[in-house]
Design a protein around this ligand. Structure first.
Ligand code: PLP
Length: 383
């Protein structure tokens, strides 16, 4: 039902439009893929090595290892440090499931810590009280495209001799004091899941590290722990990256900084439009950019009356998503850890209030205006 205030034309603004991105690089990508097909070398090989070389250069990490997914990148780092039963790993209570899932899969215990409500990332003060004699590692997540506040995290890790595995799945190219996400800890994990800022045509991921020994160990663990072939001092797995994915990613990497710049431009435009709308402070909260380079994998606002608003967005063709509706400690699979509602208040509030809006690089100014107008119309009605 369109009211008098909905004079604007109905538009469709999807949360993400991967077809638009593909159209803009179709010739390059198709050529790169057909070269791999012609060569029939599909697993690891020169294409993967070239991509690893280019990613090490891009990120500033000494070593980059292409792997099968972001989740597998995290698992590999835990394997590399032989983290298992009896060990504890500190993770944020609010993240994508994989951050905690990998710890449990290794037989270790995920120990949750609450987040900073401005950045949605681990709060260093919350970590402190979670460190015990069993703590082996911390996994700070750089959620939504902005890094965690790493100085206090790294200081705590150093003081207590803990491994730092950065989950940079959503933050490729993000910066913290001139250092890139994924290059500050012992390991950095990237995901090339199609919806990430650098997305493959399937699953893919990467581990970054500055440590030669760790790099060698990761490389062996990636191929079942074999070194040389058929000789196994370690048990690894199949964590290899496909050459076809590497070929796609090499093409896309050349465009990444332009795409990231467009995401930042869209975020600035949203900020301007939302401030003009008069909604900020009363009905919605805008993202806070605390560190130098926020790459906006997601544009996250906090909203009042989220259920009603999302229904309205659906009616008016605006894509959205809720990352994440439930905190990790309250997931059924972690019920044996006996966490209760109220244990992680900032994470729980984020789970209740946050909403992701379309921010992808190919969005037009009209589309951004339409999104803000649609949200404005909703709050005008309920006022
Ligand atoms: C996407 C994501 C992962 C997992 O990456 P996959 O490539 O999907 O396995 C891990 N952590 C976070 C925070 C993510 O967003």
């Amino acid at each position: 039902m369109l009211g008098r205030e909905d004079m604007i034309t109905l538009m469709q603004v999807p949360l993400l439009d991967l077809k638009a991105q593909y159209q803009s690089i179709k010739q390059e990508v198709d050529r790169a893929m057909s070269e791999v097909v012609a060569g029939q070398k599909f697993i690891l090989g020169p294409e993967v090595e070239a991509f690893e070389f280019e990613m090490a250069k891009y990120s500033g990490a000494r070593y980059a290892l292409g792997v099968s997914s972001g989740t597998d990148a995290l698992i590999l780092c835990l394997m590399c440090e032989q983290i298992g039963p009896g060990d504890e790993v500190i993770v944020p209570a609010y993240s994508f499931f994989a951050t905690a899932g990998v710890v449990a899969r290794m037989g270790a215990t995920p120990v949750f810590a609450d987040i900073d409500p401005e950045t949605y990332n681990l709060d260093a003060n919350a970590i402190k009280s979670k460190i015990t004699a069993k703590t082996k590692a911390i996994i700070p997540v750089h959620l939504f495209g902005q890094t965690a506040d790493m100085v206090p995290v790294l200081a705590l890790a150093q003081k207590h001799n803990l491994i730092v595995i950065e989950d940079a799945a959503q933050a490729i190219g993000a910066e913290y004091d001139k250092r890139q996400a994924g290059t500050m800890g012992h390991f950095g994990c990237l995901s090339f899941f199609p919806t990430k800022n650098l997305g493959a045509f399937g699953d893919a991921g990467m581990v970054l590290t500055n440590d030669a020994k760790r790099y060698q160990a990761l490389k062996i663990l990636r191929v079942h722990g074999a070194e040389p072939k058929y000789v196994h001092a370690l048990i690894g797995g199949n964590f290899r990256l496909d050459a076809l994915q590497a070929a796609v990613l090499r093409v896309k990497l050349k465009h990444l900084d332009i795409w990231s710049a467009k995401r930042m431009e869209n975020a600035r435009e949203y900020q301007k439009l939302f401030l003009e709308s008069g909604l900020v402070g009363n009905f919605i909260g805008l993202p806070v950019r605390r560190f130098t380079r926020h790459v906006y994998n997601q544009y996250i606002i906090r909203v009042k009356q989220r259920d009603e608003l999302t229904q309205h967005l659906k009616n008016f063709g605006v894509g959205y998503e809720i990352y994440y509706p439930k905190t990790l400690p309250l997931q059924e699979c972690f019920s044996h850890l006996k966490h209760r509602k109220g244990d992680f208040p900032e994470s729980e509030q984020a789970a209740r209030e946050t909403l992701a809006l379309p921010i992808y690089p190919e969005l037009s100014k009209n589309q951004l205006e339409y999104v803000v107008q649609t949200i404005s119309d909703f709050y005008k009605r309920v006022k």
